[in-house]
Design a protein around this ligand. Structure first.
Ligand code: GDP
Ligand code: MG
Length: 147
C-alpha cells in the first residue's frame, strides 16, 4: 500500500501536481473520475466540494497510504470545510500550489489548510516552475510512496 491520493477543489492543480511529481511534461486535462495515475490516485475536485460525494473519497482513500490535500495559493476563499482532513483514516499532508503566481498568499493558504484540519509540515510548490516539487517527492519517497 504505497499510493498517494490527491484531493482538493476543482482547479487547484491536483492533476498538474501529480504530473510534476512524475516529472512528465504533459498538460493536465479536467479530471472526470477517480483515476489511477502511476502510484497516485487523482480525484475530481467536485468530490471535495459536494458533501454527498465525500463517501466516495473516503472509500478511495482506503487504497492509499497518504492523502495530499491541495490548496491554491492564489485563491483566498475558504474552499475546504473545517476538519475536512480528519475524515480520512490516513495521514493528510497539506500542499499549497501555484506559488509562482504574484498573488500567491502562502500564510493565508496555510491558515485555511490548518482550519481544514491539516497538520505540519505543509509543502509549497509550483507545478509550473517546479519549485518545491523535489522536496515533496523526497518526503513521499522516504515514506515509501512512489508516484
Ligand atoms: N501558475 C500555475 N498554474 C497552475 C499550477 N498548477 C496548476 N495550474 C493550472 O491550474 C489549472 C488547473 O490545473 P489542474 O491540474 O487541472 O487542477 P485540478 O482540477 O485540481 O486537477 C490549469 O490551467 C493548470 O495549468 C501552478 O503551480 N502554477
Ligand atoms: Mg484534475
Amino acid at each position: 500500500m504505497t499510493k498517494i491520493m490527491v484531493v482538493g477543489p476543482v482547479g487547484v492543480g491536483k492533476t498538474s501536481l501529480i504530473l510534476a511529481l512524475k516529472k512528465g511534461d504533459t498538460a493536465a486535462r479536467k479530471t472526470q473520475a477517480i483515476s489511477f495515475v502511476g502510484g497516485a490516485i487523482d480525484t475530481p475536485g467536485e468530490y471535495a466540494q459536494i458533501t454527498r460525494l465525500y463517501s466516495a473519497l473516503l472509500v478511495a482513500a482506503m487504497d492509499a497510504s497518504v492523502v495530499l490535500m491541495v490548496k491554491d495559493a492564489s485563491d483566498p476563499r475558504v474552499t475546504l470545510p473545517p476538519g475536512f482532513a480528519q475524515m480520512f483514516a490516513r495521514p493528510v499532508i497539506g500542499v499549497i500550489t501555484k506559488m509562482d503566481l504574484p498573488c500567491a498568499d502562502f500564510c493565508l493558504a496555510e491558515r485555511l489548510l490548518m482550519q481544514a484540519g491539516v497538520g505540519l509540515p505543509i509543502f509549497m510548490v509550483s507545478a509550473k516552475t517546479g519549485e518545491g516539487i523535489d522536496q515533496l517527492y523526497q518526503f513521499l519517497e522516504e515514506r515509501g510512496c512512489c508516484v
